[in-house]
Design a protein around this ligand. Structure first.
Ligand code: PMP
Length: 413
């Protein structure tokens, strides 16, 4: 390993504690769906770096493209000129985007994509306010108005959520205040909950009826994770045609890059100088992104995400109804490989922790997979869409009793 276990322990104490970290693992390498740690563990990575390495860790074609780009140019600064790979990426992305969107801005992080989409919406509408949905996560940068996301498992039906949005306008906001309503088609950090298709359409129509724009934040759902390239353009959601679409994470397999796609008239509301960023649309990231798009298409990863996601949820539902779960799994939901498992109210923190501990390769359960808790009782499972690298070993059964094992065998031999 590049970092010895001793020095890794020492330098950890120099890292700011403001980052909520799920594990204490130190990673040395990643290949396909697996990551290796300084302790010599090989773990099936269900987190994909929170929906980033959709092509698997260190896909050889993406790495080769990035290495080749290093020999050409790494940084050319957005305010100085274009670079070839940005233009190539734009040409690659354009036919993949919802058909109403024809203009792209590149940034570096998801938060930047969201922030710049809001900047454009404000410039275009000449209004200021922004409405977001409770549980939504759009980065760590700005102030907003919050309204409930439709979350049937938590008693919030789509009708209730829509009524709350209407009520928010009546009580607090004025039509002339709100520039945009921003929504994740599938709630990410808030618990992997897909919005019903009808709800997304209602939100779009409501926004337009108030002269506000609809921003789809597909930072986490984009690039195949939900079983379609973009959720807002999928068979499941239909042709939503958002006014602005935010992308990041899966766009470049882990190289920092984000983008906002919109209509020319909206983008042009921002005069030169209003948008930018030193590393925005970095050449290395764009080269990786061009190859990422080819790999996603040519290796059938979108379809794989849809098929594997259905299989994952079927099996999780089997476990949910089996003796193993003892009624502790309340809900299994998701789209594609963006799948969430939520504990029932009866579950104690100990059950939650037991699964996480087992999954994190502690307590001897080395062959587990890393999972991400996204809200207090939810675990998200979003393993790479990498098709060749499916889990080959079975669950470590050391801590299970005979009844549990029988039940597991039935749910997935
Ligand atoms: N939007 C969504 C839906 C996200 O999930 C995230 C990150 N989890 C962001 C925006 C912010 O992205 P970044 O961390 O790259 O700034």
């Amino acid at each position: 390993s590049a970092v010895s276990a001793a020095s890794a322990t020492c330098s950890k104490s120099n890292i700011a504690r403001g980052i909520g970290r799920l594990t204490d693992l130190v990673f040395t390498s990643g290949k396909g769906s697996y990551v290796q740690t300084t302790c010599g563990q090989s773990l099936l990575d269900f987190t994909t770096g929170i929906g980033v390495v959709n092509t698997g860790h260190c896909h050889p074609r993406v790495i080769a493209a990035a290495k080749a780009q290093c020999d050409n140019i790494i940084h050319s600064q957005v305010n100085i000129g274009y670079h070839v790979k940005k233009l190539e990426l734009t040409e690659t992305l354009m036919p993949l985007l919802p058909k109403n969107l024809d203009t792209i801005f590149y940034g570096t992080t998801g938060a930047e994509a969201v922030e710049n989409s809001i900047k454009m919406a404000r410039a275009y509408t000449r209004k200021h306010g922004v409405v977001v949905f409770r549980g939504g996560y759009h980065g760590r940068t700005f102030g907003i108005h919050v309204t409930p996301f439709p979350f049937t498992y938590h008693g919030i039906t789509p009708e209730m959520a829509m009524n709350e949005l209407v009520q928010l306008y009546k009580d607090t906001l004025h039509e002339e205040d709100v520039a945009a309503i921003i929504i994740e088609p599938v709630l990410g950090e808030g618990g992997y909950c897909p919005a019903p298709p009808e709800f997304l359409k209602q939100v779009r129509d409501f926004a337009h009826s108030k002269d506000a724009l609809m921003i789809c934040d597909e930072v986490q759902t984009g690039f195949g994770r939900t079983g379609s390239l973009f959720a807002c353009d999928s068979d499941y959601y239909g042709d939503i045609q958002p006014d602005l679409l935010c992308m990041a994470k899966g766009i470049a397999s882990g190289f920092p890059l984000s983008a906002v796609a919109t209509r020319r008239e909206i983008a042009d509301a921002c005069d030169p100088g209003m948008l930018g960023g030193t590393y925005a649309g970095n050449a290395l990231s764009c080269a990786a992104a061009v190859e990422t798009q080819k790999v996603i298409q040519e290796e059938g990863m979108v379809e794989n995400s849809r098929v594997m996601g259905e299989r994952l949820r079927d099996n999780l539902r089997n476990i949910q109804s089996s003796a193993v779960s003892k009624g502790l799994i309340g809900d299994v939901r998701g789209l594609g490989l963006m799948t969430g498992l939520e504990f029932a109210k009866e579950a104690e923190p100990e059950h939650h922790n037991r699964l996480l501990v087992g999954c994190n390769g502690r307590d001897g359960a080395v062959n587990g997979s890393a999972v991400t808790p996204t809200c207090s009782r939810t675990i998200t499972i979003s393993r790479p869409t990498f098709p060749e690298d499916r889990p080959k070993k079975s669950i470590d059964t050391a801590n299970l009793n005979a009844e549990d094992i029988e039940s597991l065998k039935k749910s997935d031999p």
